[in-house]
Design a protein around this ligand. Structure first.
Ligand code: SAM
Length: 276
């Protein structure tokens, strides 16, 4: 008998993965959490029925959310991730030797515990000496934060506690939490399946950050496979990535300086969407 996991991505689109085993299921105080072992993508972390990360394609998302701003920032010492309980963004941040503090601000402690048990290669940085874990709401945390070099918004979709992470007010809070060279990057969903949401995120970031850009990556298990990230900076040019980068880049599998620059080249349908 075949068993399939189906994520219903919209009312009219779903993705199906053939299941080898359901490894974990629980209801946390915030969401339904599951770990499913799948034939094509390996272990898959699922929250409220939505794929968060899989063993086979996680590096694309985690490298692209973290390495794009970290490669550009001249001295990323204090970095934070809001959401991101699987630890993948923290792993990428810690590749940079100049990072002194990597803060993870995750509302749901169970996501971190389950990631450490079932995804040790993704969660590897969560026990690093430079990592600081805060189990709290990222919105409240950001109001008190100051002098960060880079802040990543690695959130679930805008429902439940993640809703406030997609508002112009929150982007203003991030602006105030960042140092003068500061950069924020937020995952901003699929230009094909959530175009209005992407437009709304870009407009919200643009209200506060003088440099606002969108970049893209191909993530097979996310809705439509084409994923967007929204960049906001006070003065850093997103495309000013050095040609020669440090040793930290040698084991990467997706990000390179050339991929970085190419990611900011938008097809007209995305450019029109965010210009409108
Ligand atoms: N890469 C993933 C994606 O785009 O599907 C997101 C991964 S990560 C698991 C998302 C995390 O954001 C979840 O663990 C969730 O608990 C957390 N989260 C949602 N709302 C939050 C909030 N207001 N503050 C902090 N963390 C939040």
């Amino acid at each position: 008998m075949e068993v399939w996991f189906t994520e219903r991505q919209t009312d009219a689109v779903s993705i199906g993965l053939k299941v080898k085993a359901v490894l974990w299921r629980e209801r946390t105080p915030y969401q339904e959490l599951a770990v499913v072992d799948t034939e094509a993508y390996g272990r898959t972390l699922v929250l409220d029925g939505a794929i968060q990360t899989t063993e086979r394609d996680e590096y694309v998302y985690h490298e692209m959310i973290a390495q794009v701003p970290l490669a550009v920032h001249p001295h990323p010492r204090r970095v934070a991730v809001i959401g991101g309980g699987d630890g993948g963004a923290i792993r990428e941040i810690l590749r940079h030797p100049e990072v002194e503090e990597a803060h993870l601000v995750e509302i749901d402690e169970r996501v971190v515990e389950v990631a450490q048990r079932f995804f040790p290669e993704i969660a590897v940085g969560l026990t690093d000496d430079r990592t600081r874990l805060h189990f709290t709401d990222g919105i409240a945390w950001a109001r008190e934060a100051r002098d960060f070099d880079v802040i990543l918004v690695d959130s679930t979709d805008p429902v439940g506690p993640a809703q406030g992470l997609f508002t112009p007010d929150f982007y203003r809070t991030l602006y105030e939490a960042l140092a003068p060279d500061g950069i924020m990057v937020a995952q901003s969903e699929s230009p094909f399946l959530q175009p209005e949401l992407l437009r709304q995120i870009v407009q919200g970031v643009r209200q506060h950050f003088p440099i606002t850009r969108v970049y893209l990556a191909t993530i097979p298990t996310y809705p439509s496979g084409l994923w967007s990230f929204t960049w906001g900076s006070k003065r850093q040019d997103p495309e000013a990535v050095p040609e020669m980068v440090g040793e930290w880049a040698q084991s990467l599998r997706y990000w390179t300086p050339a991929v970085h620059r190419a990611a900011f080249c938008l097809p007209p349908f995305v450019q029109e969407l965010i210009d409108a």
